[in-house]
Design a protein around this ligand. Sequence first.
Ligand SMILES: Cc1cc2nc3c(=O)[nH]c(=O)nc-3n(C[C@H](O)[C@H](O)[C@H](O)COP(=O)(O)O)c2cc1C
Ligand SMILES: CCCCC(=O)C(=O)O
Length: 338
Amino acid sequence: MAARARARLDPAHWDFFAGGAGNERTLRDNEDAFERWRIVPRVLRSPGERDLRTSLFGDELATPVLVAPTAFHGLAHPAGEVATARGAADVGTVMVVSMAATAPVERIAMAGGPLWFQLYPQPDLTFTESVVKRAEAAGCRALVVTVDSPVFGRRERDLRNGFLDLPPGLLCENMRDDTGRVRNIAMDPDLGWQRIEWLRGVTGLPILLKGVLHPADARLAVAHGVDGVVVSNHGGRQLDGVVATVDALPAVVEAVGGRLPILLDGGVRRGTDVLVALALGATAVLVGRPVLWGLAADGADGVRNVLQRLTTELDQGLALAGAARPADLTGDLVVARP
Ligand SMILES: Cc1cc2nc3c(=O)[nH]c(=O)nc-3n(C[C@H](O)[C@H](O)[C@H](O)COP(=O)(O)O)c2cc1C
Ligand SMILES: CCCCC(=O)C(=O)O
């Protein structure tokens, strides 16, 4: 799917989607780290018909594989995020809409599937609040606050390509203010826990923090009353050299101690990767680039295809490991290779 996407994309846009920060160590390591885990299956457990349904914040999803928020789907396919949302809705999972989407959240919502909204809190609080209200009004079911980006990562492919902004005709439609002007997305170096407390007062939606890697931050997330944590390094696009997400997961799971759902993204490319993440304590995973490859290759069908394949592989993996449902995937079913 990646090869088909690459053949279709402008090379600078391929680099924007595929690339990471710095030497791309973390980008590579997210995938490689899954190679270091091995499954220790159970036998004679009569897994029967598997049941992949996953509850999150009161909604039931058909699969624990969600669509990570990624920017600029209009670069991948003319139907952009609307096509992505259709593919996700078809498989019965959540699409997390990026704040940097090239389609308005109201139109993405027309695909009918469950949406969450990803937020970069802006220094302008009045505007930030208006974006949150807009996402709520469009029917988004949770807010995913990206906390790993006080400044933008150094993406050398984009610097080399001179890829700085969207081409004419594409805009960050959810950055329109009440005068109709489209604002630039600001990264806020002053973002701190007080902003999370402020957000808690602004919205009744569940709040997830995306980009937690350190167990101390996971404990603070619990203390601040957030509703979920996404173990993520932004797909290796922010700080290069950061720990791979599946390697960071166990300590975060231990710190949270079951008080919040923990999700993971980064390097999930196979159903067996999902299986390993769930066995290590994640409730669900999100996929970024594979969804973009599906979108670029085949639009909504390609997105559906990618999500369905991961789900089918997970289903088969569950049966072969002796599990009937995600909750049966316990930590004893995986070992780290020496
Ligand atoms: C092209 C691209 C754009 C992204 N845009 C956003 C974004 O707007 N907001 C955000 O929180 N994360 C963004 N991310 C990070 C993803 O949500 C996710 O953390 C990452 O892609 C997961 O890794 P994977 O691509 O290996 O599955 C982006 C990632 C990519 C590849
Ligand atoms: C202003 C767009 C930010 C997109 C993003 O988060 C990424 O490219 O990783």
